[in-house]
Design a protein around this ligand. Structure first.
Ligand code: ATR
Length: 269
């Protein structure tokens, strides 16, 4: 079988080495290639993919929303999030899935013991936030709190959550056991960090969905306060693992996938 990841730019994607390592480990004679699809060539996608006889592909920035009109079906999570990162091609039909939320939550469950009772604050209300929130509501009893700079972003949210401002997130920060940053704020040198961590409780896990850099500014700040931190590497690995399961119905070797990415990151340091 043949697989790919489409995006633009795509040359830095670690998905090809991660999936290829898993295929080799399982002695599967499958391939996974990066496909650079600029926005102005996106309308040719169906032909490009059909010609390559793919069984499925991943979709990354900037095409996760753009892909939707090209799909024959989309799953519940993609509908909620409004974005797709995995496409299964079966009998010529394109079926869209979104494995980012399940990827993040699967990882979090492994490292956080009492997720069921955790009070969770998510910073940001974009696609990534929505996917994670939708998945977390399946496991977490207390209502989730989402904080965003622009309150009108919540207008199309149909999840039962507490929507608050970033100011209130700073003020009530000590009430949360887990804080998940889904915004890019603080990554740019001109940007202040998304919220001030002054009121952070010492036990609170601070997490980011990014893994390059390995420790984002909010993680570095939390770590300097002595808090536990958790980056987005597991999210990346588990979203890929879920894609593999959708495409093949088989269980991937997650440890090999993670080690391959970690080795590559170390090599780039
Ligand atoms: P993604 O799909 O990765 O979630 P997105 O849909 O563009 O990306 O959402 C980005 C999120 O980061 C949004 O919640 C955005 O806030 P706004 O809705 O107010 O735009 C948030 N964000 C981006 N830059 C930010 C900044 N400098 N400070 C605070 N929030 C920021």
């Amino acid at each position: 079988m043949k697989f790919a990841v489409i995006g633009h730019p795509i040359s830095h994607s670690l998905s090809p080495i991660m999936h290829s390592a898993n295929f080799s480990n399982l002695s599967l004679n499958y391939t996974y290639e990066p496909l650079d699809i600029p926005i102005d060539e996106f309308h040719l996608l169906r032909d490009t993919i059909t010609e390559k006889k793919l069984s499925g592909f991943n979709v990354t920035i900037p095409h996760k929303e753009r892909i939707i009109p090209y799909l024959d079906e989309v799953d519940e999570q993609s509908k909620t999030v409004g974005a797709v990162n995995t496409v299964l091609i079966r009998d010529g039909k394109w079926i869209g899935y979104n494995t980012d939320g399940i990827g993040y939550v699967t990882g979090l469950k492994q490292i956080y013991d009492d997720l069921k009772n955790a009070y969770i604050l998510i910073l940001g209300a974009g696609g990534a936030s929505k996917g994670i929130a939708n998945e977390l509501t399946k496991f977490v009893e207390p209502k989730l709190t989402i904080a965003n700079r622009t309150m009108s972003r919540f207008e199309d949210w149909n999840l039962d959550i507490n929507a608050i401002s970033l100011n209130d997130a700073e003020k009530y920060l000590d009430e949360f056991d887990i804080v998940i940053n889904t915004t890019p704020a603080g990554m740019d040198k001109n940007n202040d960090s998304v919220i001030n961590l002054r009121n952070l409780s010492p036990h609170t896990l601070v997490s980011d969905i990014v893994y390059i850099p390995y420790k984002t500014p909010i993680l570095l700040e939390a770590e300097s306060k002595g808090n536990p931190i958790y980056n987005g590497l597991d999210m990346f690995v588990y979203q890929g693992a879920e894609s593999f399961k959708i495409w093949t119905g088989e269980q991937p070797n997650i440890q090999i996938m993670k080690n391959t990415v970690l080795d590559k990151l170390k090599g780039d340091l």
